[in-house]
Design a protein around this ligand. Structure first.
Ligand code: ASP
Length: 330
């Protein structure tokens, strides 16, 4: 059997970090990571594209990562991207929008403990990512702690434990068990050619509502050039309207053409603005439901939509559309 041809794009993160006087910093190259893993049953090519803690990964770096994946898409059977865990779920969500119709599996991974520490989780995560890149259907994934998650449904939920990520409102795509690599979800989307589109507008905000939230903050944001807002509202998406009238402030922004997305600060299940008065009033003002999307997916979807020049009606429609598995529309 011919060995699968896989590409490792390394970007830094804990997995590649070394101790320094300033704390852990990315230092190992992709080649060094591969060397530390011993022999693997694939034909692996390595490219170092960034060397950053993922707290420093921003839209500029997303473009570099997306372009590197796009350029390599016809030369390999699968791609692994090593990346810091802190912003990995934002990157995998954004890659979902930037690389729609991707024709091969692209699997992001990282670790909680650097590869050069003996009792690490880096080796098993990286081996899992390569197995996923060799075996899964095309798509953007995140592999961690024996599980492979759909990239746009992953959330980092733990700071130090090995099971740092969870799949939110979507089943785990694949898993390692004592029987080996088990695939639970297939991607039946028809693959045409991938469209790379890295235009994003980062003039957006992600706000978490709390009792006492001052709605005039929305006005300040708009005044400072903010072009779209995701609000992590309460429960099903409810917002305050007595005394501190957030619903009214949302309506004012929407009438100026600034989209406001109502997500939930509950991690699981969906927002539904139709159930309570506190949601319906927001809906009447034009708030857009994030349904069951993660905040990571909602904010990256908004950045991407604004980057395409979509206006308010187009964004409202876009958020009612499942682009690549990021949302369940009933
Ligand atoms: N701060 C690191 C990063 O995100 C954490 C990690 O990789 O686990 O780059």
């Amino acid at each position: 059997m011919t060995r699968k041809k896989l590409l490792l794009l390394s970007t830094g993160g804990t997995i590649a970090s070394v101790a320094s006087d300033d704390g852990l910093v990315p230092g190992e190259s992709g080649e060094e990571l591969i060397k530390m893993m011993g022999s693997l049953p694939y034909d692996i090519t390595v490219k170092d594209i960034l060397s950053l803690d993922s707290s420093n990964i921003q839209p500029e770096e997303w473009k570099v990562i997306a372009q590197s994946i796009y350029d390599a898409r016809h030369d390999y059977d699968g791609i692994v991207v090593s990346h810091g865990t802190d912003t990995m779920a934002y990157t995998t969500s954004m890659m979902t929008f930037m690389l729609q119709g991707i024709n091969l599996p692209v699997v992001f991974t990282g670790s909680q403990v650097p590869m050069n520490v003996i009792l690490n989780d880096a080796q098993s995560n990286m081996k899992l990512a390569f197995a996923a890149a060799a075996n899964l259907d095309p798509g953007i994934y995140l592999a961690f702690d024996r599980q492979v998650l759909r990239g746009c449904r992953a959330v980092k939920v733990r700071t130090t434990a090995f099971n740092a990520f969870e799949s939110v409102n979507y089943p785990v795509v694949a898993q390692v068990t004592s029987d080996g690599f088990e695939v639970h979800v297939h991607n039946h989307q028809e693959i045409k050619d991938c469209r790379l589109n890295t235009n994003v507008d980062s003039n957006v905000s992600l706000l978490k509502l709390f009792p006492g939230f001052d709605p005039s903050l929305l006005e300040v944001l708009a005044h400072n050039g903010c072009r779209g807002i995701v609000i992590e509202a309460y429960g099903l998406g409810g917002m305050t309207f007595i005394r501190r009238n957030l619903v009214g402030a949302v309506g004012k922004l929407i009438r100026r053409g600034i989209p406001v997305i109502a997500a939930s600060q509950c991690l699981y299940e969906r927002s539904d603005l139709t159930k309570y008065e506190v949601g319906r009033q927001a809906l009447l003002e034009g708030a857009i439901s994030a349904h069951d999307m993660t905040s990571e997916s909602a904010i990256t979807k908004l950045m991407w939509a604004l980057g395409q020049g979509m206006d308010l009606p187009a964004i409202t429609k876009f958020f009612a559309t499942d682009v690549a598995g990021e949302v369940t529309i009933h």
